[in-house]
Ligand binder design. Structure first.
Ligand code: ASP
Length: 326
């Protein structure tokens, strides 16, 4: 029996063709991309209207895709074709949203269009399609012969075919055309009582600030009282370290006392915001949440769902623990 795969084509470079204004998404991909793999698999395409460059993705797009996935009748897996720019953001949001997932949701795309000379698209598609044989029950990114768990993944290159990585959790498995899957590190599958998606509210207001030496901390202290966002991600230094002068600590305290969330993550690609240094103690007392191994993409998904579902700091910490981020 052939496996039935639902293909959600959202856009991205993988299917782009040249126009007078530059590369833009195109539907022509549908007729060619997956035909080499149709021996063991039946693909049913859903082509989004319009197809987008993923740098234009909105929370409404992501919510629409999640709603579509949640309502799908029986499929053995879901393949999401997505631009690389925000693929890791969508993958993280899908992973946190799709509670009780009982099938693989594999995202892929490419650095160069399918029809370009030496494009990485055919190899990425082959990696993604082969991933359905692993029978995962999770969201993953297939790219350049590697399968990454969504949580913790980031786009790391615009210059080479190795566009993605997951510095904290590594690859779930590696794939080569002549070797198949190897270095498999997938966890045993868990029983699911059925899909219970937690959808993002398209109106959720989450913002991010990055600390740099100089004016940034003062700008943040001055700006916090006027920030209209319900959750703020702070990209601090190293182990989650930040200046803790009185003005900054007071501003953080006033922000969190309004019931708003302030998630502290490290700006280091493989950083962990943990309570290692006394330096951060005043900020922790002021209500800042240490995001542990959260990268920006995971933090964005977490804060978006937190705002959408009115989670408090304790609930955020519980989610961080469940995701093995603390
Ligand atoms: N701008 C493109 C996108 O994210 C980049 C890509 O797909 O590689 O849609």
């Amino acid at each position: 029996m052939k496996q039935k795969i639902f293909v959600l084509y959202t856009g991205g470079t993988i299917g782009m063709t040249q126009s007078s204004a530059g590369l833009r998404p195109d539907t022509a991909l549908v007729d060619k991309a997956l035909s080499p793999f149709s021996d063991g698999l039946d693909f049913e395409w859903h082509v989004c209207q319009p197809l987008i460059d993923s740098s234009a993705v909105t929370l409404q797009n992501q919510r629409d895709w999640l709603e579509l996935i949640a309502k799908l009748p029986d499929y053995d897996g879901i393949l999401v074709l997505h631009g690389t720019d925000t693929m890791a953001y969508t993958a993280n949001l899908f992973a946190l949203s799709l509670q009780g997932l009982d099938k693989p949701v594999i995202l892929t795309g490419s650095q160069w269009p399918y029809d370009a000379a030496n494009s990485d698209a055919p190899r990425n598609l082959a990696t993604a399609v082969s991933a359905f044989s692993l029978k995962l029950k999770q969201v993953a990114i297939a790219f350049d012969g590697k399968l990454f768990p969504a949580v913790g993944s980031s786009k790391v290159s615009t210059e080479t075919a190795a566009g993605f990585d997951n510095l904290h959790f590594g690859a779930l498995a590696e794939w080569e055309e002549n070797k198949g899957w190897h270095n498999i590190r997938t966890a045993p599958t868990q029983h699911s009582d059925g899909l219970k998606p937690r959808l993002p509210n398209p109106e959720a207001k989450v913002s991010v600030r990055t600390l740099i030496p100089g004016y940034a901390a003062q700008e943040l202290s001055d700006g916090l009282p006027h920030l209209s966002t319900q959750a703020l991600i702070l990209q601090s230094y190293g182990h989650g370290n930040a200046p803790s002068n009185d003005a900054f600590v007071r501003a953080v305290q006033a922000f969190t006392q309004q019931g708003k969330l302030l998630l502290n993550i490290s700006q280091v690609p493989q950083g962990c915001a943990a309570a290692v240094y006394a330096q951060g103690d005043a900020l922790r007392q002021a209500g800042i949440i240490n995001g542990g191994k959260c990268n920006l993409e995971t933090a964005t998904a977490l804060m978006t769902l937190a705002v959408s579902h009115d989670w408090n700091a304790d609930k955020v910490q519980q989610e961080l623990r469940q995701l093995n981020l603390l």
